[in-house]
Design a protein around this ligand. Structure first.
Ligand code: TK8
Length: 350
């Protein structure tokens, strides 16, 4: 069944690109004017690299994807880049599968959906472990981060760089959340990741997993009460239109990971691989700076558009205590060794 859905997605994607190439709204995809439905040889013999992201074209991840496009096209005379935002090609999990099939070149998802392919990536979902961006940078830019990027090879993927999604915060449409008590019974959407599901159950919520592409509609229709994402995503995905309350839970730091299809990567020349790899890293630095700027600005705007509630210090310890059994439960599933290694790297970086 899954293979059929991937085949359907691939046909859908190619027809979307044929439409785009025939004068579709290129500004909505950032697709180059030329557009090309065949990545192997676009117009003028150039190879087209197609990038799919889940967030929309207001988000710093889109800005960084366009920076990636700019850098690749400036440094190479035989590569062009097309950026498809808002999950219009596929949601995170399907996009990862398309990379494995070789029907999509690049996707830059949160690491959380990747846990369905590589359990070790669950280290990034352990609640309340990474305290700030500085520690996150040191861990991801150090040997541990390199090891995790190399680990995706086993799944037909090439990990090129760490970008930033950021610290996740809770929004809901029912009540201000200042304590764990306030979380009780809230129907919270989580990413498709069992650690997030269990963590919110441990906090007393009633969580449900859902692809990011379905989230706004579910909030609008009230099938769920709330969700959790970094401030830029909350603001730029227009959640204040469908959510009244936001709290600074800061419960998980989620990286974005820049993934390239290994099947397609192996068709690139060494020069093309060098250009793409450097551009992914360079655009990643831009992405982190821009995301942190936008996160600060977004919080100020959200405070005007929503009810912002601070989680009081005494409450944070209760949240952390409540999720400790989840960390213990998943330590074996993720791999005790890699969990210990991650936690040691976090402690060293503090
Ligand atoms: C975007 C997703 C999203 C993530 C989520 O591709 O699903 O809530 O935080 O930003 O990866």
């Amino acid at each position: 069944m899954k293979k059929l859905s991937i085949l359907f997605l691939s046909i859908l994607m190619i027809s979307t690109m044929v439409l785009a190439a025939c004068g579709g709204n290129s500004s909505s995809t950032g697709a180059s004017e030329k557009g090309s439905s065949d990545s192997a040889s676009g117009e003028g013999g150039k190879r087209t690299i197609k990038v799919s992201i889940g967030v929309n074209d207001k988000h710093p991840e889109y800005e960084a994807s366009m920076k990636f496009k700019e850098l690749v096209e400036a440094e190479s005379d035989d590569l062009t880049v097309e950026v498809y935002h808002s999950g219009q090609v596929a949601d995170d999990r399907s996009a990862i599968e398309m990379l494995q099939f070789g029907t999509l070149d690049v996707t830059i998802p949160s690491t959380s959906p990747l846990v369905n392919f590589i359990p070790e990536f669950g280290v990034f979902d352990l609640p309340f472990t990474v305290p700030n961006e500085e520690v996150a940078d040191k861990v991801l830019d150090g040997p541990f981060g390199d090891k995790m990027l190399e680990m995706v090879d086993q799944q037909g993927l090439v990990g090129l760089a760490w970008w930033e999604n950021g610290f996740r915060n809770l929004t809901n449409d029912v009540k201000p959340v200042a304590t764990m008590e306030d979380v009780k019974g809230l129907k919270i959407r989580t990413m498709e990741n069992e650690i997030h599901l269990d963590a919110w159950k441990a906090l007393g919520a009633n969580p449900t997993p859902m692809a990011f592409t379905e989230l706004f509609t579910a909030l609008q229709q009230g099938t769920i009460d709330g969700q959790e994402n970094p401030y830029p995503t909350i603001l730029l995905s227009k959640y204040p239109e469908v959510q009244k309350h936001v709290s600074n839970t800061n419960h998980v730091y989620t990286p974005f990971i820049f993934l390239f299809s290994k099947k397609i990567w192996e068709q690139l020349s060494a020069e093309q691989q060098e250009v793409v790899s450097k551009a992914a890293l360079e655009a990643g630095k831009f992405n982190r700076e821009r995301t942190r700027e936008v996160a600060e600005e977004s919080l100020e705007t959200l405070k005007k558009e929503m009810t912002f509630t601070e989680i009081k210090d005494g409450e944070f310890e209760k949240f952390q205590e409540a999720v400790k059994p989840v960390v213990g439960k998943y330590k074996d599933k993720i791999g005790a060794e890699i969990v210990d290694e991650f936690l040691a790297e976090v402690d060293k970086a503090k």
